[in-house]
Structures are given as C-alpha cells and as structure tokens.
Design a protein around this ligand. Structure first.
Ligand code: SF4
Ligand code: SF4
Length: 368
C-alpha cells in the first residue's frame, strides 16, 4: 500500500497561497486525529552549526508552532547534543548557537529544550531487539514527549548520502553516547602526502585522537570513537575513511535508533521535509556550500520512509546546478547524491527502514 506525501510547491501568486499559510494547512492536516489537547509536542529540528545558513528558517518553524498551539498542543523545539566538538556539544553552547541562528522565543514562539540535557547524559533506553542493537538510547526530552514532530532540512551527507527525516530522528535524536554507538566502526586514516598541517582535525576531534607530528596529522586509534568529523572538516581530503564498508552498518544502526524513537510513539508522529537549500553537506558543517539543485518545496507525511523516498526522488528528478559540488549527473533523473558522495549507497537506509516496518517506499504525492 502507498503512503500519502503532501507537497507544497514554492510557487505563490497571492497572499492566500503564501507558503507560510500553506505550511500551516499542512501542519493541521498532519496533526488532525493524531495530536490530543495537552500533548507535549517535541518539534525535533537542527538549529544549525554557527557559520551555516542553510538550516530551516525560524519563520517556517513558527508556523508549525502556532498550529500546534492553536490545536491545543504544548510545543517545544528540541535537538540533542553533538558528538563532535563544535558549538553544540553541550546544552549551554547548543542553546547559545540556536539563539544566535534566530531560534529565540520571540521569533519561534516556543521554548527550546536540549533533549539529552546539559552534557548529553539524559536519555532513556528503549528495547528494540534488532540486528545491531537490543536496546537503543533515546534523548530524554524526545522520549518523554507525547508527540514527535520532526522538521528536517533535506540535504546531502558525507556518511549516509543524504540526510533526511530518518537521519534527523535516528541520529539527531540520540544522546551523545547513542551517536557514538552508531558511528563505532569508522576509523580515519590521515594521508601525510596530502596533509598541510592546518590542525583543523586536531581541534575538532572530540576525543583528542589526532595530533600533529612534524606538521602532519597522526591518529591514536585506541582513542578514536569513529565520529567521522575530522574527515568533514579537513580542507584537503587528507583524511580518508572507508565509507563504503562502514556506511551500510551506520545506516542500519541509524534506522534502528529511528525505530526506537518512532515505533513507541505511533501514531503520534509527523514529518515535514524542507527540500530547499539542498547542500552537499549537513547543517553540522560550519558553512554552507552552494545548493546542488534549485529549491523544490516542502513535503509532509506521517510516514518517515515515504517522505524521505519522495524527497530524494524529487532531488534526483531535478536538474543539477553547475558551479557546485556536482561534477556530473546534471540531467533530470541522474543521482545527485551518488554524484557528490559516490561511495555511499543512500538506498540502504530506506530499504532497511521499510523492512523493519517503519513505513513504505511507495507513495503518492498530493499537491496542496
Ligand atoms: S579521529 Fe576519530 S574521534 Fe577524532 S574526529 Fe576523527 S573519527 Fe572522530
Ligand atoms: S584537517 Fe586535514 S590537512 Fe588539516 S591537519 Fe588535519 S589531516 Fe591535515
């Protein structure tokens, strides 16, 4: 059976068709018969690393917040702390970053709660009994909420090909130790002939697993937790990680975490994907590289698999933009995410999520 995915195009010709108004209509449709009055609604999103400017605009988030309130819910905006040493690795820095990026109460109309607490230690274990994990760790604030509403900026990702709703929930909703469980098999391999000794990886590594020796990055393998962040920040691609071997395992683990967050809450879940500013990298990067396709629209569904499948299909059906990270696959129908991250088979996350019963890859797009 197919799942319904609602689609808001970016076209608008008068105030009755403004995107903000239609986003509110979409939110009402997704909450109808699912959310009850008084429900605590965790609006899970990514506040963006400072320096990035592709994250979801606060004005969009405000529309969702207003509808949740209008329908009797109690919304709060939330995300869990990061594994890597950036500006969101503890709740204080995380809130400072969120407010810097425009998510203050006066703009979004809802309080901000960092879901895994000050240091990432507030979480609940959920039994899943799946292939990789018997139990997964869910950030406490997400676990304790009555309703999970994930707002996702859909874009590329170095380790999973694309980052959609599954990644926003499964990885983003995990406490720091849960993120580590998912990344455990990554091991970087700095190449001295390409390393320029800039120390970005050293400064970014959460474990102190990298140091410079004679201006070359050197790994202490026993300290490395495999988060992969050193590879993301290296300006010369001197750090290689055998993504193709580990990407399958990472995607499966991420899906198992998603399962532990979504299944216990069903049917009190909803997902909106913003297929706009489709960058090659995730919003954890402290920059935003040029968009690889033109802005496409906003999708909504109660099926986390269908919405990600529809989002990736729309990106791949689009034309690719030149003067971007895309080097080929500019034609409609060619795989844009495979073109920028050739070693990653992004379909793994969708196939595995469907196999676990999280949703279906078959969908119908309904325009609103
Ligand atoms: S060396 Fe290991 S722990 Fe440090 S950033 Fe790289 S992958 Fe993460
Ligand atoms: S970030 Fe890359 S170039 Fe800079 S020190 Fe680390 S490995 Fe070398």
């Amino acid at each position: 059976m197919e799942s319904k995915v609602y689609f808001l195009s970016l076209r608008a010709h008068d105030e009755n068709h403004s995107l903000l108004k239609r986003l509110k209509d979409l939110t009402r449709k997704l909450l109808e018969n699912r959310m009850k009055e008084g429900d605590l609604v965790a609006i899970k999103l990514h506040f963006g690393e400072p320096g990035n400017h592709a994250y979801i605009r606060p004005i969009f988030v405000r529309q969702v917040v207003e509808v949740v309130k209008e329908m009797g819910g109690k919304p709060f905006l939330t995300d869990a702390n990061t594994l890597y040493k950036g500006e969101r690795a503890n709740a204080v820095d995380h809130l400072e970053s969120a407010i810097y990026n425009g998510f203050g109460y006066s703009s979004v109309g809802a309080p901000l709660i960092i879901a895994d607490g000050i240091n990432g230690e507030y979480y609940k274990e959920v039994e899943v009994n799946l292939k990789n994990f018997k139990k997964v760790k869910v950030a406490g604030g997400i676990h304790d909420a009555d309703f999970l509403f994930a707002l996702t900026h859909f874009k590329g990702h170095i380790a999973t090909g694309f980052g959609g709703a599954i990644k926003n929930v499964g990885m983003g909703g995990a406490p720091r130790s849960g993120k580590q469980m998912q990344h455990a098999q990554f091991k970087p391999d700095p190449k001295p002939e390409v390393c320029i000794g800039c120390a970005r990886c050293v400064n970014h590594c959460p474990q102190g697993a990298l140091r410079l020796v004679n201006r070359k990055a050197v790994l202490t393998p026993e300290l490395c937790i495999g988060c992969g962040e050193c590879a993301v920040v290296c300006p010369t691609s001197a750090i290689e990680i055998s993504w193709n071997e580990s990407a399958v395992g990472l995607q499966e683990k991420m899906v198992e975490f998603t399962y532990g967050m979504v299944k216990p809450k069903e049917p009190k879940v909803a997902f909106i994907n913003f297929v706009m500013d489709v960058s090659p990298d995730c919003d954890c990067a402290g920059w935003h590289d040029a968009n690889i396709v033109p802005d496409i629209g906003i999708l909504g569904s109660s099926d986390i698999v269908a919405i990600d499948q529809a989002s990736v299909d729309l990106v791949n059906q689009s034309i690719g933009l030149r003067e971007t990270a895309l080097r080929d696959s500019f034609n409609p129908g060619e795989d844009k995410f495979r073109a920028i991250h050739p070693e990653i088979d992004w379909s793994v996350q969708l196939e595995y999520a469907e196999k676990l019963g999280l949703g279906t890859r078959r969908y119908v797009l309904e325009r609103m």
